[in-house]
Design a protein around this ligand. Structure first.
Ligand code: 5AD
Ligand code: SF4
Length: 471
């Protein structure tokens, strides 16, 4: 058994190398005639990890089922960012238990960020003895062995490493889309914002070698992909952990030069957003005019307590620069309300920044205590009712600007990458604009997988309707 340890996970040490993923061919039939079901919680990083996990399982001959009741192996890829993510997972584990009581041969396990938490693993050992396996974010590559051990030994297999390992190249991947792809450019985070558990669950910042990233994008272009999203917890810090001067602006430029039709990147930290990056975004039409720039709080006092390394003023300056330089920019953000000690004045400053930035959309959260992070021990005297009220007020303001921004699109013709059928209405298609607006589109099926001109006919707060314009 290998359990995670929070204090160990906090340390930043060791040299990171690049390693080629190897699959033990003797395990290639382990999943023959068996099905797997995977449920993914949380961010894009987790989504992409699940794409790797699926491909690993399929290399062992498992096939995917979308119905948990039909599965032989059940895996929950979990998120630890807030308490409610936890609660959702434990709620779902209850359903898995019920199924295991009816079908004891089903193998069930959890992975992802919750698995990296000492308190969670302790709870699983104590109260969830029937769960077959747990592995973390640092050893997805070892899944074949973990499953083999579970099948052979028939005892709970817990294998969670506190440290990141080497960067693994050539991991197999079963991508969810044929048109847009996630591409990891870095793993982990060294920022240690005081509320955030990610630097513990995902380890230290490790940038992937640029040549491997560009090779992956070139391969995607060859295979007909139209869009890549460069992924990392803190993409603007790309390269700072490497021995060269090659940084995010260089990578962005080289990725744009591959000729892929659309380049996106998430998530940006305001601290690392350089003028050179803005120049590159300006220069290349295939870098999308869409930036997700987490604010977290509009109060410089709270930002300091959060260890965010910028002030309200410097954030606003950056937004101003972005807007001046990138025409048609869509700007989105993340905001936390109710951080320990947040006064009504602090909160009003957040509203003031929202009024100035007029975000296209925002993910808004109530502060959630994460055990082991510095903010978890900060005095917090704001009641939950008050926090809920602040969240509600913030959401109303955010939604007002979402709608106002969307209204500017009415009757305009915009490029949309058509991804498939609309979930709401199967007779419609759906896709995203260059500015990342969701559009439900009237048009013929043969437009799926193409970037087409769409005339916007109606707008709402969270989506738009449109029809394909014949060129
Ligand atoms: N409580 C509430 N929100 C959080 N986030 C990260 N940690 C916490 C926490 N402890 C939010 C931040 C981050 C987003 C991914 O989740 O806004 O940008
Ligand atoms: Fe968490 Fe801050 Fe790192 Fe983002 S930059 S993952 S909020 S520590």
């Amino acid at each position: 058994m290998l359990k995670p340890n929070l204090l160990e996970a906090k340390k930043r040490k060791g040299n990171i190398e690049t390693e080629i993923y190897k699959f033990d061919e003797s395990l290639k039939d382990l999943g023959k005639n068996k099905k797997y079901f995977i449920k993914t919680y949380g961010c894009q990083m987790n989504e992409h990890d699940s794409e790797n996990i699926k491909a690993i399982l399929e290399s062992m001959s498992f096939t995917e089922t979308l119905d948990m009741m039909d599965a032989d192996v059940i895996l929950l890829n979990t998120c630890a960012i807030r308490e409610n993510a936890h609660n959702k997972v434990f709620g779902y584990i209850g359903r898995v238990k019920h199924l295991k009581e009816q079908k004891p041969n089903v193998i069930a396990g959890i992975c992802g960020c919750m698995a990296q938490e000492e308190v969670v693993v302790d709870e699983i050992i104590k109260k969830y003895k029937w769960l077959d396996f747990v592995f973390g974010t640092h050893n997805i590559n070892n899944l074949p062995n973990i499953l083999k051990n579970v099948i052979e030994k028939k005892e709970q297999e817990i294998e969670v490493l506190s440290y990141e390992g080497n960067i693994l190249e050539n991991m197999p991947v079963k991508r969810d889309s044929k048109y847009k792809a996630w591409v990891n450019i870095m793993y982990g985070c060294d920022k240690f914002c005081t509320y955030c558990i990610v630097p513990y669950t995902r380890g230290k910042q490790r940038s992937r070698d640029k040549d491997n990233i560009i090779k992956e994008v070139e391969e995607l272009v060859k295979n007909g992909y139209l869009e890549v999203t460069l992924l990392g917890q803190n993409v603007n810090a790309y390269g700072k952990d490497l021995d060269s001067n090659y940084r995010m602006e260089n990578l962005l430029e080289d990725v744009a030069k591959t000729g892929i039709k659309r380049v996106r990147f998430v998530t940006s930290h305001p601290w690392d957003f350089t003028d050179n990056m803005i120049e590159v975004i300006k220069k290349y039409d295939n870098i999308m005019p869409y930036i997700h720039l987490p604010l977290q709080s509009g109060s410089s006092r709270i930002l300091k307590l959060m260890a965010r390394r910028y002030t309200k003023e410097s954030y606003l300056e950056l937004v101003d620069k972005l807007r001046k330089n990138i025409p048609n920019l869509a700007l989105t953000t993340d905001i936390i309300v109710g951080f320990p000690g947040e006064t009504i004045e602090d909160f009003n400053e957040t509203l003031e920044v929202v009024n100035k930035c007029k975000y296209d959309s925002a993910f808004t959260f109530i502060f959630s205590k994460r055990e082991g992070t510095p903010a978890a021990t900060m005095p917090d005297d704001v009641t939950l009712d008050e926090k809920n009220e602040r969240l509600h007020k913030l959401n109303e303001l955010v939604n007002k600007y979402s709608l106002e921004n969307n209204q500017k699109y009415l009757n305009k013709i915009v490029p949309v990458l058509i991804e498939g059928y609309s979930e709401k209405d199967k007779s419609m298609l759906m896709g995203y604009t260059d500015t990342m607006k969701l559009v439900n589109v009237k048009g013929a099926e043969n437009n799926i997988g193409k970037i087409v001109d769409v005339k916007i006919t109606d707008v709402k707060t969270f989506s738009m309707d449109g029809e394909i314009v014949n060129n």
